[in-house]
Design a protein around this ligand. Structure first.
Ligand code: SMG
Ligand code: MG
Length: 366
């Protein structure tokens, strides 16, 4: 396609409740939204999953906007035509920035698939029409508040609970929820909050029959995760460390992870995500779809990915109501613990433009 127009917008959406992790507390979601228009007048949408500050990963909203304007978009526009499959190779010389690159690739893919009249789910190879939902539960003020929050999610039908942990908020929190729900699928996510010396401490989680411990150590400490895997029985699942197909291959080979959290923004897009999925499927490694507090735009695309056959564990793909009072698309509503996979062309959403305008804090037309 020919890129006729690209619009970058930053929106701010309050979260329905603060979300505390080992690296900070989010009360509102600032999101960089990408809109592309091609020569047919087709509009493609995507959201960049970077957060406001570089706390989860090195990328952040204002940095992604600058990088897109200064380097990524000029590189794409220098080509007379571009396909979604060409985006990653064209942007490869610019190092890092998987979230910024993924957003551009996804917006172009959305427009391309609409023109081809196929859904993202079909394009990616989805085999399911709905996906089981998990929910990620932040660090609470005390164990009672945690139990209350988890109970409300269980009542709503969520099929898997993930507890955020950090030193000082781990064993007792897990015990509290496991005692309340002896059989529920339960896992924890540390967002790199522990060190190699914490193996013995983390082994105390083994008795709670957890699905996995997500990213206990520094994102660069692949060897540390492999050593930790020998000390704990609970499977280790990498999130932040997996930034590409190559890094997934290496981490598996080194036995640093036996389950992978696939986040398209973290690995540079949906096309790379499918490659990681295929590698894992071939090696019988379970994968699940991570979340970055996406609006309906990113959620729609994540659901298409989570519908691939290797996504055998419920992901952090929760209903719109878990995050926002009002979403920028029609809300994703959970039925019986599942969300339907969008099946119209492209990523399958139409943003509410008036609402989007009303929450836009910054806009640039390129
Ligand atoms: O989208 O439901 C969601 C959030 C899931 O816990 C979640 N994401 O490390 O997996 C993770 C975190 C990253 C974002 S935390 C603000
Ligand atoms: Mg995580």
């Amino acid at each position: 396609m020919k890129l006729e127009k690209i619009e970058l917008g930053i929106i701010a959406l309050p979260l329905v409740r603060p979300f505390r992790t080992s690296f900070g507390t989010q009360t509102s979601r600032e999101v960089l939204i990408v809109k592309v228009v091609n020569e047919n007048g087709t509009t493609g949408w995507a959201e960049c999953v970077a957060m406001s500050e570089p706390l989860y990963s090195p990328e952040y909203v204002a940095g992604c906007l600058d990088l897109m304007k200064r380097f990524l978009i000029p590189a794409l526009k220098s080509k007379p035509t571009i396909t979604a499959e060409e985006v990653a190779p064209v942007l490869k010389p610019f190092l890092g920035a998987p979230m910024a690159k993924a957003a551009l690739e996804t917006a172009i893919l959305d427009a391309q698939l609409q023109d081809q009249k196929i859904s993202l789910a079909t394009y990616l190879g989805a085999t399911k029409s709905r996906v089981a939902c998990g929910v990620s539960v932040g660090i609470a003020n005390d164990l009672e508040a945690l139990a209350e929050e988890v109970s409300s999610y269980v009542e709503q039908g969520y099929r898997r609970i993930k507890l955020k942990i950090e030193p000082g908020w781990d064993i007792a929190a897990v015990k509290k929820i496991r005692d309340l729900y002896p059989t529920i699928l339960l896992q924890v996510d540390a967002n790199q909050a522990y060190t190699r010396d914490d193996g013995k401490h983390l082994a105390a989680l083994d008795e709670f029959n957890l699905l996995l411990i997500e990213q206990p150590l520094d994102e660069h400490d692949i060897l540390g995760h492999a050593l930790l895997a020998k000390q704990v029985k609970t499977p280790i699942c990498l999130d932040e460390s997996i930034i590409s197909l190559q890094s997934a291959r290496d981490a598996l080979e080194l036995k640093a992870t036996t389950i992978i959290n696939v986040k398209p923004g973290r690995v540079g897009g949906y096309i790379e995500s499918v490659k990681i999925h295929d590698l894992c499927l071939k090696n019988k490694i379970p994968v699940w779809c991570g979340g970055m507090l996406e609006t309906g735009i990113g959620r729609a695309a994540n659901l298409a990915l989570a519908a691939l056959p290797g996504f055998t564990l419920p992901g952090d793909t929760s209903a719109s109501s878990r995050y926002f009072k009002e979403d920028v698309t029609a809300p994703f509503v959970m039925i019986d613990g599942y969300l339907d996979v969008p099946n119209t062309t492209g990523i399958g959403i139409t943003p509410n433009l008036d609402f989007l305008d009303s929450i836009t804090t910054h806009r640039e037309d390129i």
